[in-house]
Design a protein around this ligand. Structure first.
Ligand code: TRP
Length: 365
């Protein structure tokens, strides 16, 4: 049988999605979805994983499940082409995690760089919740339960994918070819690997208040772009300016296309010319910010409008998710039945077990 090409990826529903998510993954997912190159696409909300470090705040996760679904739909994820589902509604994922736990050592998890930094970020050092510590195992279950071949994620997820691949290899080695080794698919544009916050800090985060959300109004976007961090030493227009670490230019790297220059700033051929002028001196921040604002509005307006449309019919969004969970559950159940057979714990699938055990005890007589 020809190997199916299957995409799986997801997000923790701990907040509305922002443009960092958009350039880093959502935009690409929509392209992949519409490329017609994939047999199946699963996009899911990792609510169980979100709870591993929000255990005392279930309301936060609950309130964001629909927000994130709206963001998906607004960006162009189409439930007719992609299955959108919620992790917690697929109990097979817990079962698979339970089996995988025997294939991973504590020291291997301790070496996982993503887990390491996340433990530090959350000040968990002295009391790490077991569920948080082991979430790479559950993430491997998310991926393999759907036999995903392709996992489009940011570079920070590389250790997760490596862990998943190891688990698959170990499983298949012990129990026979059953699971599929997934491949990571990283973003193409370097500026998209991680979009900084509007304040120039390395990461967009809700707590820092430096995000532009997909649901932000045109006014909010305008305001946020106008107050963006640039080069602090570029004081007079005539001063030479720095491009590196200049958020406005990083965003232009991520968002601008050739055609935008013809449309909004025809005196420049392309971004390189604009950058060169800025570096020489004589180009003011406001002019660059105006260009960025125009480009971002152009990209975000259709998303914002689609989101508003979907917001008018929340019951339909819930129903879409419910159906997605059903489809996903069927796919995971199929894999789990193969897993149980491989692990020899499928006692009641057919009559084989009864016959085999009967024969044993008859022979013993
Ligand atoms: N860990 C991912 C994140 O924080 C979310 C996630 C959970 C995921 N399970 C996954 C992504 C499986 C890809 C595949 O963004």
């Amino acid at each position: 049988m020809k190997q199916e090409k299957i995409i799986l990826t997801g997000d923790r529903p701990t907040g509305k999605l922002h443009i960092g998510h958009y350039v880093g993954s959502l935009r690409r997912r929509v392209e992949l979805q519409n490329s017609g190159l994939y047999d199946k696409i699963f996009i899911f909300e990792a609510d169980g994983q979100a709870l591993t470090d929000n255990i005392d705040n279930p309301e936060k996760v609950r309130q964001n499940v629909i927000e994130v679904a709206l963001d998906y739909l607004a960006c162009g994820i189409d439930p007719k082409k992609s299955t959108i589902f919620i992790q917690s509604q697929i109990p097979e994922l817990c079962e698979l995690t339970f089996y995988f736990m025997d294939l991973v050592t504590v020291s291997r998890l301790q070496r996982n760089p993503t887990v390491k930094t996340e433990i530090q970020m959350r000040n968990f050092e002295t009391s790490i919740p077991v569920g948080f510590f082991t979430y790479p195992i559950s993430q491997a279950a998310d991926i393999t339960a759907f036999k995903a071949t392709t996992v489009p994620v940011g570079e920070d997820q590389e250790p997760m994918l490596e862990q998943a691949r190891e688990i698959v290899r170990r499983f298949n080695h012990i129990y026979g070819e059953t699971l599929v080794e997934p491949n990571i698919l990283l973003p193409e544009n370097a500026a998209c690997l991680r979009l900084p916050g509007t304040d120039g800090k390395a990461k967009m985060s809700k707590s820092l208040g430096n995000c532009i959300y997909l649901s932000d109004s045109a006014d909010e976007v305008e305001k946020k772009v106008k107050s963006m961090y640039t080069d602090p030493n570029h004081i007079k227009v005539t001063d030479p300016g720095q491009i590196e670490g200049n958020t406005v230019f990083t965003y232009l790297d991520a968002f601008s296309k050739q055609e935008h220059f013809e449309r909004y700033l025809p005196e420049y051929q392309n971004l390189d010319e604009l950058k060169a002028h800025y570096q020489r001196g004589g180009l003011g921040d406001m002019k660059v910010k105006k260009l960025l604002a125009a480009i971002m509005q152009e990209e975000l307006e259709p998303i914002r409008n689609r989101r508003k449309e979907f917001e008018k019919d929340i019951p339909a969004v819930c129903e879409m998710l419910r159906q997605g969970c059903e489809v996903a559950r069927e796919a995971a159940a199929q894999t789990l039945s193969e897993v149980r057979r491989a692990m020899k714990i499928n006692y009641f699938d057919d009559e084989t077990f009864v016959a085999e055990q009967t024969a044993r005890f008859t022979a013993a007589k």
